[in-house]
Write a protein that binds this ligand. Sequence first.
Ligand code: 8DG
Length: 135
Amino acid sequence: MSERIVVVGAALLDAGRLLAARRSAPPDLAGRWELPGGKVEPGETPERALVRELREELGVETRTLTRVPGEWPLKEPYVLHVWTARLHPASPAPEPLQDHDELRWLAPAELWTVPWLDQDVPAVRAVAALVGHGA
Ligand SMILES: Nc1nc2c([nH]c(=O)n2[C@H]2C[C@H](O)[C@@H](COP(=O)(O)OP(=O)(O)OP(=O)(O)O)O2)c(=O)[nH]1
């Protein structure tokens, strides 16, 4: 039986916009857009994993808010869980420090203007439904 590994993704929200991140690696994912985040490590809560990953990848300080209902299969053995998050008021602005080569804050009307990873599309739809982002 294969173990599932949870990947946490952030629906990072600011002023009604959602942060999308373009992956720079690995080659089969590069150029497509995702919700920044990463694997939950053993013994770590998803919320802590998300704060850690966003600090490492984007250089930001964040607060995790609520789980977006649902889970989405990625390449085995990974499964994607998504949490809404916000920047701390004193956080630096996000920068693509690791894993990404471009970031974009998407207003509701812009949500589908980036080529999301195929496996992220249903997750982004669920985020849109939860936060009232035009889907
Ligand atoms: N973070 C993130 N990963 C995703 C998404 N969609 C998707 O298929 N993935 C895949 C890419 C990877 O195969 C896997 C884990 O993501 P990751 O590479 O960001 O995880 P990580 O930072 O913990 O990885 P690592 O470099 O430390 O090994 O999930 C998504 O929306 N966000």
